[in-house]
Design a binder for this molecule. Sequence first.
Ligand SMILES: O=P(O)(O)OC[C@H]1O[C@](O)(COP(=O)(O)O)[C@@H](O)[C@@H]1O
Ligand SMILES: [Mg+2]
Ligand SMILES: [Mg+2]
Length: 338
Amino acid sequence: MADHTTLDAFLDSWSGGDPTRSATAQAILGICEAGRAIAAIVGRGSLEGQMAAAVGANAGGDTQKALDVRTHDITVDILRNAPVSRIGSEEADEEVVLDESAPVAVAIDPLDGSSNIETNVSIGTLFGVLPEKGSETFLQPGTAQIAAGFIVYGPATVLVLTVGTGTNAFTMDDSGAFLLSHPDMSIPKATKEYAINASNARHWGEPMKAYVADCQAGAEGPREKNFNMRWVGSLVADVFRILVRGGVYLYPGDQRDGYGQGRLRLVYECNPIAMICEQAGGAATDGTTRILELEPTKLHVRAPLIAGSAEEIERIADYYADPRQASPLFAKRGLFLA
Ligand SMILES: O=P(O)(O)OC[C@H]1O[C@](O)(COP(=O)(O)O)[C@@H](O)[C@@H]1O
Ligand SMILES: [Mg+2]
Ligand SMILES: [Mg+2]
């Protein structure tokens, strides 16, 4: 078997003794230690007992399941031993302050995709590492992230990581070590595959309706090519596929109550995904603004997320700028819009 660089060696060489980078590296290693424990729990499935039982609601009003709360507790306990100032977690209304003299903070969704727990579908942990800035820490835009990543608990447990110099993935081996398996990931610029929860179509705004209608019109429509659709409904799994073979993930705002800014949270879901995609040559927007430049108004604020293949994202931004004119063949598309 070929020798693989370990995550520890990768982070050692990146941090090079710089104090903020070293703290970031320790935070990442802490998240991976939590990830190992979470992978073991997820891997035991229903033998673990009541993982999917509803136990309450989080700040966003979503049902919290037992595993959401357990993974939050595991992560916070482990990060107490790392040089981390504070944690902003999807599963806690308020940030958790640890050691305010530490140089970095962690924004985290300890377990994303919890509606998939009992269905044995991949779920994940998403995180960003930010410089400590007191009470303003989680109000920094995503461009401030020092590092970002996610762990997908799937057939393989894989950490996707960026420290601002490309995107790499590390697969967990039998001993729990994370080994570099996907160096320098690169999202193909063009794609014929999109990912969206199409059951919400009637609630979308005009740009998303026009974009998806054009994709669905296939070779006979204005895009003049046939598209494929994939939707796992678990952000980490959908984005890992996009990193490997291209595509776009779409969770736009829609007209349902509470969904005006989509479903996903900016600070610990959209921003990590945006940095990972950009560092892999892709892009991420809310339709009109680059995700990483959005100014969070609070820790749990939501944002529409459109992320993946760069050329497709550019095209989708055209639909937001002018849905009826986006396609060069828009007159032809008019046939499908009625
Ligand atoms: O169920 P929907 O509306 O299709 O949303 C699915 C999306 O919501 C998420 O599950 C995030 O929601 P949670 O943070 O509540 O798990 C994503 O992983 C997934 O892409
Ligand atoms: Mg989540
Ligand atoms: Mg969660």
